[in-house]
Design a protein around this ligand. Structure first.
Ligand code: ADP
Ligand code: MG
Length: 696
């Protein structure tokens, strides 16, 4: 058995591998490319490519691929082998600098939201040296960015990298004001906690809804769900434990620091958290984690469900995005610190985040919007669709004291002056108790909890980074010209708290009273994806992204289209799957059972006369319910037909949201009722109970 330290990162062409294998000069050039975003010279790229190939072949790789993240939200790869014909008829294994740095996948089948029509269809991938190459199943994967020949981003990576650059630029301006001359870069960091369900593959294979859509579209609630609260942090079952061990090994080999694992609230639900990393690497790693989870599950006869709401009535799955900002000198900018100077700097960065989240609530909501996540946001267990920030009472009191020019704490005589006074210590755990807040300060980072389990973390972080960059820009603009920095800083923080305190809410976010209170405060409550996405192209949002060069206006328009397209396509598949299952499985099964009831009833009546019987009463009930289910079926069928004639994307998305989804709900309700009335032997697929409690 090899130990963890030995296998960790063994499939990654990491900095230390490069240091060991590359000529000194080349390594320096690679390092400069990574640290300062410098382009790698062509000859250096050739040297790196050759060594990378050699390393990959030693590890058994035969192919390479440019690994990228198109707007589908999943990763893409097209494998090419290293094989090249040699003059003597044999082969040689080759991998050139050009093949490393640039690829040309056929872009025409990836979503582009109209960019394809406007620009050339061809797209290309370009090596992103800030994320290391790795080997996955015998293939050397090179993390790349994907764009059109006009330079428009066709992926999730380019805007993310641009947003990190925007934040870096503005954060450095602010840090200079505090005299941090030695800091040369600020990067955002992310630790995404990933929730998922693990079910037995037999149950999965018997359900077309799971196969086609990743979630159950039918299913009556089982007698036991999560009401006993016996699963959260419960003992991990041996089969799950074996899966987790394998998963950790596979992730560690890829240099992914998977560290925490536990059972979640719902039966069959679990969580995995890595140690945080720089945002673009964390994003790559999270994509890989989701992929590897599915593959490892398969080896154990299990299926990993990453859908946000695979089962109605029990918790859905999210992804907590822990986020902070770090300097290259090792300082976490959301760490309060001990001196007045450190405290003041902390308070300014904290205020920047508060302002960013308040100013761009709509974008934050949009960044987590999807048909799947709509089932979660606003549902019982999840943060509501309203965005608010939890700070914890101590920090809240400090900000209030600053805002109102009041003394802080019982013993303090003096007013709290930013940059002069040391902040009173606030215990870290006091900030971490609120589990209902969509955006919570947890001691030295913020935790954005609205993300859905299936989605890439790229967009939420792109939004967060850019919005915070904008706050910092405005702060730097004001403070750079100030004659008395400390006073200007104090006044700025005070003003900003006053302007944005409506976004701070330390109470229970699941309370209905909060939704009313939020409306009074003027906070936005965008309940569905179409409601949210309608604000994507609002002038203030276009101004934000274009001014920080994160998206061009055309890129935003294309993404707006992709959002709506994805939403309608997904629900369209769900609706059609329901129609198929109802017509081919459920209605025939119920009909067969009814006819058995009917023939039993007739036989019985011949002998016993017409005494009230199980058969008679059930038959009456079931016949009624079968008729309503069939009505619901026909209603959904005609709604789906109608939807296909709507061309306008916005109108189409609204139709899916308002008409199709409600027809789907009606069909489900009547079929779920039939499930409770039909003999188990007749029911055509595994029930919720079968699915949720099969893994032991
Ligand atoms: P919990 O949320 O259960 O209290 P932790 O606070 O230990 O757990 O961390 C949860 C996640 O937050 C982990 O993935 C961790 O690596 C990440 N994290 C911790 N510090 C930071 C940071 N400075 N930036 C981003 N993520 C962080
Ligand atoms: Mg957490």
């Amino acid at each position: 058995m090899r130990d963890t330290a030995e296998i960790f990162g063994e499939n990654v062409f990491s900095l230390s591998v490069m240091k060991e294998r590359l000529p000194k000069e080349t390594f320096k050039e690679v390092k400069a490319a990574i640290d300062n975003g410098k382009r790698l010279p062509e000859d250096a790229a050739g040297v790196v490519a050759n060594e990378m190939k050699q390393w990959a072949i030693e590890k058994g790789a035969t192919h390479y691929t440019h690994w990228f993240q198109p707007m589908t939200g999943i990763t893409s790869e097209k494998h090419d082998s290293f094989i090249n014909p040699a003059d003597d008829g044999n082969i040689i294994l080759r991998f050139s600098g050009k093949e490393l740095t640039q690829g040309e996948p056929d872009a025409s089948s990836f979503p582009s939201g109209g960019l394809r029509a406007t620009f050339e269809a061809r797209g290309y991938t370009a090596w992103d040296p800030t994320s290391y190459a790795f080997i996955k199943e015998g293939v050397l994967c090179i993390p790349t960015a994907f764009c059109s020949y006009g330079g428009e981003a066709l992926d999730k990576k380019i805007p993310l990298l641009r947003s990190m650059e925007a934040l870096n630029k503005q954060a450095l301006r602010v840090l200079k004001l505090f005299g941090n001359e030695d800091v040369t870069s600020v990067k955002t960091t992310v630790g995404p906690e990933q929730e998922y369900f693990l079910i037995d593959e037999k149950g999965y294979n018997a359900r077309r809804d799971l196969i086609y859509t990743g979630r159950t579209l039918f299913g009556a609630p089982p007698p036991k769900g999560q009401q006993m609260e016996d699963h959260y942090f419960g003992v991990i079952k041996p089969r799950v434990q074996a899966f987790m061990k394998d998963l950790n090994d596979e992730l560690w080999k890829l240099g992914i620091m998977a560290t925490t694992e536990h059972n979640e609230v719902a039966p069959s639900q679990h969580e995995l958290a890595p140690i945080f990393a720089t945002t673009n690497i964390a994003t790559d790693h999270n994509q890989l984690t989701m992929e590897i989870m599915k593959k490892v599950a398969q080896k154990h006869g299990l299926v990993c469900l990453l859908h946000e709401k695979p089962f109605a009535g029990v918790n859905g799955s999210g992804k907590h995005n822990n986020w902070s900002m770090s300097t290259d000198t090792g300082a976490n900018l959301l760490e309060p610190g001990d001196t007045p100077y450190e405290n003041a700097q902390f308070l300014l960065f904290l205020t920047a985040v508060i302002k960013a989240v308040d100013d761009y609530q709509d974008l934050m909501r949009i960044s987590v919007a999807s048909a799947g996540n709509d089932h979660r946001l606003g549902a019982n267990e999840a943060p509501p669709a309203v965005i608010s920030i939890f700070l914890g009472s101590e920090l809240n009191d400090i900000l209030e004291a600053i805002e109102k020019d009041e003394p802080y704490g019982a013993k303090e005589k003096e007013l709290l002056k930013v940059g002069v006074h040391v902040l009173p210590k606030f215990p870290k755990d006091s900030t971490d108790r609120n589990r209902t807040s969509p955006f919570a300060f947890t001691g030295n980072k913020f935790e954005f909890r609205m993300l859905g389990s299936a989605a890439s973390v790229a967009l939420p972080n792109t939004v967060l980074n850019t919005a915070v960059a904008e706050s910092l820009k405005q702060f730097a603009d004001k403070l750079e010209g100030a004659s008395d920095f400390t006073t200007a800083l104090h006044d700025l923080i005070k003003e900003e708290i006053k302007a944005h305190k409506r976004i701070i809410f330390n109470g229970n976010g699941y309370d209905d009273a909060w939704i009313e209170e939020a409306a009074r405060r003027g906070l936005s409550n965008l309940r569905t994806t179409p409601d949210a996405v309608a604000h994507y192209l609002d002038p203030k949002n276009v101004a934000l992204f274009t001014s920080h060069k994160v998206y061009s206006e055309i890129e935003m328009q294309s993404r707006h289209e992709v959002f709506l397209e994805k939403y309608t396509k997904l629900i369209d598949i769900e609706a059609k799957t329901m129609l198929e299952m109802a017509k081919q499985d459920i209605l025939p099964a119920v009909s067969a059972y009814s006819s058995e009831l009917a023939s039993n009833l007739m036989a019985k009546q011949e002998i016993l006369g017409s005494a009230p019987s199980f058969e008679e009463e059930t038959l009456k009930e079931i016949s009624n319910d079968l008729a309503s289910a069939y009505d619901a079926y026909k209603a959904l069928e005609s709604a789906v037909e109608k939807s296909s004639s709507i061309d306008d994307l916005v109108a189409k998305a609204d139709f899916f949201k308002d008409d199709i989804l409600s027809s789907m709900t009606s069909l489900r309700e009547s079929c779920d009722k039939l499930e409770t009335e039909t003999a188990a032997d007749y029911w055509p697929f595994p029930t919720y109970g079968d699915l949720l409690f099969a893994v032991r």
